[in-house]
Ligand binder design. Sequence first.
Ligand SMILES: NC(=O)c1ccc[n+]([C@@H]2O[C@H](COP(=O)([O-])OP(=O)(O)OC[C@H]3O[C@@H](n4cnc5c(N)ncnc54)[C@H](OP(=O)(O)O)[C@@H]3O)[C@@H](O)[C@H]2O)c1
Length: 338
Amino acid sequence: MTSPTPLRPLGSAGPQVFPLGLGCMGMSALYDDADRGESLATVHAALDAGVTLLDTGDFYAMGHNELLVGEALRTAPPALRERALTSVKFGALRDPDGGWTGYDGRPAAVKNFAAYSLQRLGVDHIDVYRLARLDPDVPIEETVGAVAELVEAGHVRHIGLSEVGAETIRRAAATAPISDLQIEYSLISRGPEERILPTTRELGIGVTAYGVLSRGLISGHFSRDRELSATDFRAHSPRFQGENLQHNLELVEALRTVAEGKGVSVAQTAIAWVLSRGQDIVPLIGARTRTRLAEALGALDVRLDEADLAAIEKAVPPGAAAGDRYPEPQMAHLDSER
Ligand SMILES: NC(=O)c1ccc[n+]([C@@H]2O[C@H](COP(=O)([O-])OP(=O)(O)OC[C@H]3O[C@@H](n4cnc5c(N)ncnc54)[C@H](OP(=O)(O)O)[C@@H]3O)[C@@H](O)[C@H]2O)c1
């Protein structure tokens, strides 16, 4: 009998979770169209494999993603449904054409967002609730204070943060207990190492890492020939453009050599590297199919020793990526980049 996968703590204030979370965004939004039936099957397969954390956002296709996660929960066998922990982002504002029009972290807005999310998800509480991007017009204390009131009332269990920098993390943690910071972190996005990870570690805050495969770029499955629709995030992401893409895919080929030497896939190597960065880090996997999910789960069996880590860092040294991780207007919203 195989022993169960050890859980990881989402900070000292949060729950224990399976070491990989399932990011559900790509099942509704931002990448090419996903298959609804396969998305639901992927959520069920993830829960069946032991995954606990399901990450979504109310603005992912304007409620579509929460409805999808809600359906997956409703149609899951009870034992799997009980295992699921919902992690929900709020605050990003959309228009009817899908445009992004800013952020709203006002306390009344927080409670309004939560009321709709609870309804769409079909749950009586949200496990981790977080503002997606800092609202420059609302002090973080006010937004976190509003989520703390939702915790007090039983509608939310834990307070998370997303893409904020060290100073904001400190102010939030001084307001209420914070379970985890969600932030992009991967072999080619190592910005959090400088100031953010030392701060979360000092304060006992966990990290849910997204973009661990840099949105598929370093998965080993992405190629220059891939056609992207105008609504696909990657069609506008600096890392996926022209010479940047060429350079970044060369890094992937160097990583592939290391992966093949270990008999594992490129994606598994990239995920295992993030897993190796600390027990406080839980990678969110953006799998949209059971095949991709199975590959990602395989990363849990990859052991990276000192020589492997050195070979990986040689293939993809810190700062090696060409291009920012978001288009310029979106970079401007990242408190974490200040
Ligand atoms: N807090 C924030 O600001 C923020 C921002 C973005 C995302 N997130 C969260 O983080 C989650 C993950 O982010 P992400 O989608 O950018 O993650 P990612 O894991 O870097 O990229 C996911 C993409 O990689 C490709 N892929 C190739 N092999 C894969 C494998 N074995 N397993 C999984 N994916 C594979 C998939 O594309 P194909 O399906 O085409 O193969 C998939 O769409 C999201 O779902 C969302 O919940 C949070």
